[in-house]
Design a protein around this ligand. Structure first.
Ligand code: ZN
Length: 291
């Protein structure tokens, strides 16, 4: 069975075709430009696959996920002005005429990690997935269902206590300045230090400051949702940073509630190269085709 995946990021689109065993058969990536050009490229890619049965879209947000809303499938109030109030699902669905699932990039990534944990037989019934990259976001899957209320979660825009050595940094979120995203997203390296993230050595204290914030986010998830795992993906993440996060988490938690061993509880994605959303999409496309 041929299934499609669209991973729509603020800087690039990744389109892939795979099967129900989550094997990717073909994949392309191209930069995100204006909606018309980008969606046309997307549609053209999928039109070559005549046997494509279903597709899932994982989009940067915010997006409208309520099916009874007239703007279902739209990207809504994004800071990327060209994409504001853009109908994403509509044109793709009209062109390809197959069942489609529509969600956020982090929801699909959370779902991909959830499905993978089932394949690994890890018996995980719940997890939270964070991406820490150009932006910060998160999604949660509980008992096979993506958590969703009147809108999708906006886990990147929660508030954290300031690190005593970081009181002067204003933060980069255009809405809140010093929310989680405003303090730990990739571009904060440039904003704090004048150099980009990959060039900042791990000895730099900024990593400890950021670990303190990400650990607080993990504490919030632990206390509010009690998930079995919290997974951290995205361009800023690496194993050494995660070790710092676990250390801060342990101090902040102070043995208050039981959590699994920290190297299992707070972990990197099982799926390499930030491929969690693509795999999640294939699983969601399979699901929507059966539904
Ligand atoms: Zn914010």
């Amino acid at each position: 069975m041929l299934l499609g995946s669209i991973e729509a990021g603020g800087t690039k689109f990744v389109c892939a075709v795979g099967n129900e065993d989550y094997r990717i058969l073909q994949k392309i990536r191209f930069p995100t430009t204006d909606p018309q050009t980008t969606l046309k490229k997307t549609i053209t890619f999928f039109q070559q696959f005549k046997d494509l049965e279903a597709l899932s879209i994982a989009s940067f947000g915010p997006v409208e996920l309520k099916k009874n809303n007239s703007h279902f499938g739209y990207i809504t109030d994004t800071p990327k002005t060209k994409w504001r109030q853009t109908d994403f699902l509509g044109p793709v669905k009209r062109a390809l005429k197959i069942p489609m699932y529509f969600t956020t990039d982090v929801n699909a990534a959370a779902y991909g990690e959830y499905v993978t944990s089932q394949l690994y037989n890890e018996k995980i019934d719940s997890l939270v997935y964070y991406t820490i990259g150009t932006g910060v976001g998160g999604g949660a899957v509980f008992n096979g269902k993506i958590l969703q209320g009147i809108g999708h979660p906006e886990m990147g825009h929660t508030f954290v206590k300031r690190h005593p050595d970081d009181t002067h940094f204003v933060g980069i979120c255009p809405y809140h300045h010093d929310c989680l995203e405003g303090l730990v997203a990739g571009p904060t390296f440039e904003a704090r230090l004048g150099i980009s993230g990959p060039q900042v050595p791990l000895e730099n204290h900024v990593w400890d400051i950021m670990a303190y914030y990400v650990a607080q986010a993990a504490i919030q998830q632990t206390m509010i949702l009690r998930p079995a795992n919290i997974v951290f993906g995205g361009g800023v993440m690496n194993e050494n940073f995660l070790i710092k996060i676990r250390k801060q988490f342990k101090l902040l938690l102070n043995d208050y509630v039981h959590v699994p061993r920290l190297d299992e509880y707070l972990r990197m994605p099982r799926i390499q190269d930030n491929g969690s959303a693509t795999l999640g999409n294939l699983a969601l496309a399979y699901w929507v085709n059966q539904a």
